[in-house]
Every structure is written in structure tokens, then in C-alpha cells.
Design a protein around this ligand. Sequence first.
Ligand code: UP5
Ligand code: MG
Length: 204
Amino acid sequence: FDYGKVTVVFVLGGPGAGKGTQCALLVKNFGFSHLSAGDLLRAEQHREGSEYGQLIQTCIKEGTIVPMEVTVKLLENAMRAVLQENRSDPGWTDGKGRFLIDGFPRKMDQALKFEEEVCVSTLVIYFSTTEEVMLKRLLERGKTSGREDDNEESIKKRFHTYKEQTMPVIEHYSKIGKVAEIDSSRSIEEVDRDATVTLQMVFS
Ligand code: UP5
Ligand code: MG
């Protein structure tokens, strides 16, 4: 499959920083599709006949990272599905599409594999805030989310993995000047305003 005309923006930030919330708002602009690696993994976990169900469930509960082959494959399939759907659009160009990839890459090996096999990212949006803010949001969400990792024990493990594995990814992209950091401690509207301006500067 030719990903030559595909544009990818990675959306990173700690657990509960607001990646999903902001991506859902950002898709209104500039023709982006939102793909959440975590959502794709949760869907795969519950798919009948999946050979990865148990593995994914354990990783999510323990806040560890699912082997990259699984996640990269799910992302690639989801991207292909969007690109194929776009074919019915007037003005369609083969392989043209814009993606906000939420919660990925969370580890350096995933970043390298994705950029080698699929495509090189244009930008990394980094939603930054404190653990205190994230913990509060996740515990609140946990009252109704049904997510197996929205409990204090799993949240602590997710924070640990984030610091150990994902921060180096953000630092890597920061060194090559690809990171736009947005303070996501503020209200949803304020964060959205900044994120929209960032995309506007790069893509309009
Ligand atoms: N909220 C959001 N923004 C707010 C604001 N500005 N003010 C007040 N409240 C705000 O938001 C979290 C909660 O906060 C919501 O209730 C929201 O209303 C509120 P959300 O937008 O859901 O935050 P998000 O950053 O998306 O948090 P999420 O919990 O999804 O982040 P994680 O990174 O932990 O979860 P993800 O789904 O990406 O991954 C889950 C697990 O999957 C990982 O731990 C890992 O085990 C596995 N995984 C992999 O193995 N590989 C991958 O590549 C990806 C995931
Ligand atoms: Mg999310």
C-alpha cells in the first residue's frame, strides 16, 4: 500500500492528559481522521477469535506496552480502511489522508518501526500536565468508563510506564524540532483553542 501522500500527526501525553478528548475536537478541522491506538487495542481485545485478547487485557491492566507488531498492524489496518473509504470522495487522490494517531508511539521501538514501515510523522502534539491532574481526571472517569485500567493501582503503573518509555519518545522528537507542547491542565476549550492554532500553523 502506498502511504506516500499520507500525513501523520502523533498525539502524545500522559494517561488522562486529554488526548482522546482533544482529538475528537480536532477532527473538525483540516480533514484529519482520529485513530486511538488504545481504542484499537481494546476493540481487538474483544474481537471474537482474536489471538491477542488475553495478551492485550493483561498489558492494559498492568499498564505495560503491547508488543509493537500488534499495535502497528492494527493502526495500519485502520489507516487502510480510512483511505479506502476516501476513494468515494470527489477529488480523491490515491493514498491521500491525514491522521491524528492518539497514544502512539509510546516506546522508541514503535516509533522507529512505524516510521520505517508506514510513514514519517509530520508533527507531534504533546499534551502536558501534572500527574495530580491526570490522576484526578482518570479516577473521575473511572466511575463510569468501565475501563479496566481506570483504578488507582493500574493508573500508578501507567504513570510509571509513561515516564520510563514514552517520555524518551517525546524527547527524541523534541530534539528534532517536531514537538508542539500544549499545556492541557486548562479547560477543554482553552486546550482546544491552542491545539487548533497549532494545526492551523502547520496545515493550512
Ligand atoms: N478531560 C479531558 N480533558 C480535560 C480538561 N481539559 N479538563 C477537565 N477534564 C478533562 O481524558 C481523560 C478524562 O479527563 C476524561 O474523563 C475527560 O473527559 C477528562 P481523555 O481525553 O480520555 O484522556 P487521554 O489522554 O485520552 O487518556 P487515556 O486514559 O486514554 O490515556 P492512556 O494513554 O492511558 O490510554 P490509551 O487508551 O492510549 O492506552 C491504554 C493502554 O493501552 C496503555 O496503558 C497500554 O497498555 C496500551 N497501549 C499499548 O500497549 N500500545 C499503544 O500504542 C497504545 C496503548
Ligand atoms: Mg485516550
